[in-house]
Ligand binder design. Sequence first.
Ligand code: NI
Ligand code: MN
Length: 227
Amino acid sequence: MDIEVTWYGHSVVMVRTQYVSLLIDPFLSGNAKAPVDPGDLKPDVIAITHGHSDHVGDAVSLAKEHGALCISNFEICNYLQSHGVERVHPMHIGGGFNFPWGRAQLTIAHHGSALPDGSYGGSPAGLLLTFASKTIYHAGDTGLFLDMKLLGEKHIDLALLPIGDNFTMGPDDAVRAVELLAPKVVVPMHYDTFDVIEQDPDAWASRVQLKTSARVRVLNPGDSLTV
Ligand code: NI
Ligand code: MN
C-alpha cells in the first residue's frame, strides 16, 4: 500500500492512503508558510498532538465542515466537543487503537498543551501511526528524550521531527533524536514559521547524513513523499 505524506509547513502533515486522508496539526489559517487554505483540504480524520494554537489550528472548522473524526488526548477531545465537533476519539499517552484504516498510538512529548482559550489541554503527545506494514512517527512538539530509543524498536519508516529550537528540540538534539529513533527517512519540521525558530534544514540534513544511516528529505511546504 502506497502512503503519500504531504508537509504543509510547520507541523502540518497530511497522510493519504487508499483508506484515509489523515491530517495532523492543521495550522493553516494565520500560518504564512502554509501553501494551502483550509478549504483546499478534505480530511476524514484529524489528529492533534497538543493544545497550542499552532497545532489545533483549524481543527474545529475542518472537522465540522467534513464531519472528520478527531483523534487527540481526552482533554483536547473535550475542548473540541465543547466547540461543536461531533466525532472525537479520545486517547492518552501510551494508548493505541486499531482504527479501520490503521493504528494510532499517542506517545510521550516533553512540552506544554494549554488550549487556545487558556484551558487545560492535558499532556502533549507524539503520534505513532501504523498503516499495514508502514510506521510513521510525528513527534509533535518535544524536547529530546531517551525513550525515543524505545520508539526506534518499532522500525520507523518515516519520522517527522521538530528542529526549530526555542519551543522544541533544536538541530543538535534533533540529530541525537535521529540516532535514537533510527528511522529509514526523516523530515524536519517546526522551523522558519516564526523568527525565533529560523533554521537551515539543509545544514541539518548534512549533519544527519554524516552521523546516521537515515535518509533526510528536506521538503518545501506542499511537497509530498511516498512511504
Ligand atoms: Ni507547542
Ligand atoms: Mn508548536
